[in-house]
Design a protein around this ligand. Structure first.
Ligand code: FAS
Ligand code: PHB
Length: 390
């Protein structure tokens, strides 16, 4: 098989890149290791920046998001028993869209199927070759047969554990990493949200987050030990711990219900530099990971492929300026999101190793933050997302 761009991975990055390339008239194929249902079964992100909303609209897949998504003008910080609202719209003129990654992925899959675009699911043993030369090739096995795809370019959108970054010679790549000493235990439940906006809580027992997927479905998280296992946490134990970490009024109002999904995610900050190796480009979690505190992971994946899609389209119109600057432009935005995610994670979580002094630093920063319009504006403009070319 021959194509212009071979995309590895049908998560948000790969699917959105495919949708953009289709709009730009660039021929491509997506190879995905799992089945569509497996991809849709992963419960992940919930908050979209305006940049991501605009890219989904540009790709022509934003209709259901605008119908069912929840535009949010702010969120609350809860600490010392009280609520402090960060007025995103008042401080920046922008808002965020609460719309689950699962729904966004479903919309992209449906649009792809309707357009008759080629996606190979259950592709096994995907490997890459020749991307440091003129003839990149992707090899894979499907239905018991070995296959090859010759492409002009390969887009590695296959996440943190994918084959693309692993195919780059170690001498050609620089990794930067920080692993956090805790995880997030997340629960999905069909109950009404405790508050109409998100609540991020800093509590001596640990961090908690009250998010949502709709007005009838919540996504709640508590910071947990890396030694914890999901089976250690009954629904009763989860909700009791969540309520301990919230202000009393929220705890009293919180509606409990049976979990329909429960999982523990480790937290890490990771960046691989550069994000281009000859005719191979990395995008999304294949190139970087952020702790989910700042709701940046999915949004960085979207902005990467927004830059990459336009750059590849420009190449076929005769200019390589976009592909030659992709890595530098993407990394400029990635590192600012890494910084914000690290800062917000450091501010809101319990770090036993930093002791009482560390906790006092957090309390002082939170006290300053909610009393300083300048500090809140800085937080707000990072949360709603910086412009694509920043
Ligand atoms: P993805 O990992 O989503 O997709 C990569 C795809 O490539 C997968 O479908 C995988 O099956 C496929 N693949 C892998 N190896 C392959 C191979 N060799 N061949 C073919 N296909 C291959 N972000 C937030 O903003 N908020 C959150 O709350 C949040 N929670 C998260 C929880 C977890 C457990 C994880 C892992 C991430 C979370 N994230 C969150 C981040 C997440 O949303 C990612 O940023 C987002 O999925 C990135 O999308 P992709 O880059 O497409 O990577
Ligand atoms: C979510 O809804 O899953 C979510 C929202 C905001 C975050 C992290 C996760 O910062």
């Amino acid at each position: 098989m021959r194509t212009q761009v071979a995309i590895i991975g049908a998560g948000p990055a790969g699917l959105l890149l495919g949708a953009l390339l289709h709009k730009y008239g660039v021929d491509h194929v997506i190879l995905e290791r799992q089945t569509p249902d497996y991809v849709l079964g992963r419960i992940r992100a919930g908050v979209l920046e305006q940049v991501a909303v605009d890219l989904l609209d540009e790709a022509g897949v934003g209709a259901r998001m605008h119908r069912e998504g929840l535009p949010h003008d702010g969120f609350s910080l809860a600490f010392d028993g009280g609520h402090h609202r960060i007025d995103l719209h008042g401080l920046t003129g922008k808002r965020v869209m609460v719309y689950g990654q699962t729904e966004l992925t479903r919309d992209l899959m449906d649009a792809r199927r309707a357009a008759g675009l080629q996606t190979v699911y259950s592709a096994e043993n995907v490997s890459l070759s020749g991307f440091d030369g003129e003839r990149p090739t992707v090899h894979y096995r499907h239905d018991g047969q070995d296959h090859e795809i010759q492409a002009d370019f390969i887009a590695g959108c296959d996440g943190f554990h994918g084959a693309a970054r692993a195919s780059v010679p170690p001498s050609a790549i620089q990794n930067y990493e920080k692993v956090y000493p805790f995880g997030w235990l997340g629960v999905l439940a069909d109950v009404p949200p405790v508050h109409h906006e998100l609540i991020y809580a800093n509590h001596p027992r640990g961090f908690a987050l009250c998010s949502m997927r709709s007005k009838t479905r919540v996504r709640y998280y508590v910071q947990c030990s890396l030694d914890d296992h999901v089976e250690d946490w009954s629904d009763e134990r989860f909700f009791a711990e969540l309520k301990r970490r919230l202000p009393e009024a929220d705890a009293a109002r919180l509606v409990e219900g049976p979990s329909i999904e429960k999982s523990i995610a480790p937290l890490r900050s990771f960046v691989a530099e550069p994000m281009r190796f000859g005719r191979l480009f990395l995008a999304g979690d294949a190139a970087h990971i952020v702790p989910p505190t700042g709701a940046k992971g999915l949004n960085l994946a979207a902005s990467d492929v927004g830059l990459l899609g336009r750059a590849l389209a420009e190449h076929y119109r005769g200019s390589d300026a976009g592909i030659d600057t992709y890595s530098q432009r993407a990394l400029s935005r990635v590192w600012k999101a890494e910084r914000f995610s690290w800062w917000f994670t450091s501010l809101m979580h319990r770090f036993p190793e930093t002791g009482e002094f560390g906790r006092k630093m957090q309390q002082a920063e939170l006290d300053y933050l909610v009393k300083s319009e300048a500090a809140m504006r800085s937080m707000a403009e990072n949360y709603v997302g910086l412009s694509l070319d920043t």
